[in-house]
Design a protein around this ligand. Structure first.
Ligand code: PLP
Length: 291
């Protein structure tokens, strides 16, 4: 992977949309096990880098995927009707409050593209998910990193940062956090959301929610139109290889995001697999809880 600095002259006479794009380092993914095996001749690799699920996924997924194999020449349902119905029941929201993504990374990207311009700012915590600062750079926006408190989000300082930067459009909060594993109390988080202007979108990234059900802040959606919850099938559901995530928001925000996303951003196999995985909550109970 290329990691050396890319300069304006490397591209000249072409120019990127924003100078900040040149300062982006390529995302360093954990190497696939196949690559490690090839490179070092080792077997029995335990890969921890990308928080994948070592327990695999529900056996129901295999069946659902197999059923799709005869349909691969057909585009997927661009609206993800069945998966949205299942998610709507599961999360007690209307289907028109849901946006599906090619992994939750896709949704974070769609959010930044939908709301953040070059004069705007994105606020996030030190030691939070590495993609948030990248999104600020991609949009030519200002990324404001707020120093962490005991390796977690310092919500008071983040609220102050929003106040000090009236051009803030999005605050990203990973709860539970990756990579430090911290989690926020519901009361504290509610106070934070109430403290920021309603023109600021508060994105609660709940990629690891199944491992910490007490961090579920679904209730905030009913109270605040500027809250959006982003979740994924990559972690507890064990579908990282298929790339499916979803966002829960107000109807208006979902309407906007659905205009910005690619028309077929979740594959036919991804849609079927996610619906099957969601239906097997026993798998989640057995493999995610510490009981
Ligand atoms: C906090 C957090 N958010 C989002 C993601 C993106 O996950 P995916 O795009 O696989 O849904 C990750 C993946 O590691 C993560 O740790």
């Amino acid at each position: 992977m290329q990691t050396t600095q890319l300069t304006a002259s490397d591209l000249s006479p072409l120019t990127p949309a924003y100078d900040s794009i040149l300062t982006l380092a390529p995302y360093q993914t954990g190497k696939p096990i196949e690559e490690l095996t090839r490179e070092y001749g080792v077997s029995d690799v335990v890969k921890l880098a990308s928080n994948e699920n070592p327990m695999g996924c529900s056996p129901r997924v295999t069946l659902a995927v197999t059923e799709q194999l005869g349909q691969l020449s057909r585009y997927p349902d661009g609206n993800g009707y069945y998966l949205k119905q299942a998610l709507s029941d599961f999360n007690d929201v209307n289907a028109n409050q849901i946006t599906l993504g090619n992994g939750s990374d896709d949704l974070l990207d769609i959010l930044a593209r939908s709301f953040v311009g070059a004069d705007d700012a994105i606020v996030y915590s030190q030691y939070a998910f590495v993609v948030y600062p990248m999104l600020a750079k991609m949009q030519g926006a200002t990324g404001i990193e707020v120093p962490a408190q005991r390796f977690g989000h310092n919500l008071k300082a983040m609220s102050q940062a929003v106040q000090d930067n009236p051009n803030t459009k999005i605050v990203f909060i990973a709860n539970p956090n990756n990579p430090t594993g911290t989690q926020l109390e519901q009361k504290e988080l509610r106070q934070f959301v109430a403290s920021v202007p309603s023109s600021v979108l508060v994105v609660l990234d709940e990629a690891y929610i199944e491992y910490s059900p007490e961090s579920n802040n679904r209730a905030l959606l009913d109270e605040f139109d500027n809250v959006i919850i982003v979740r994924t099938f990559s972690k507890a559901y064990g579908l990282a290889g298929l790339r499916v995530g979803y966002a829960l928001s107000s109807v208006a925000v979902a309407d906007l995001l659905n205009r910005i996303r690619q028309p077929f951003n979740v594959s036919r196999i991804g849609l079927a697999a996610a619906a099957a995985a969601l239906a097997d909550q026993d798998f989640i109970e057995k493999n995610s809880s510490d009981k």
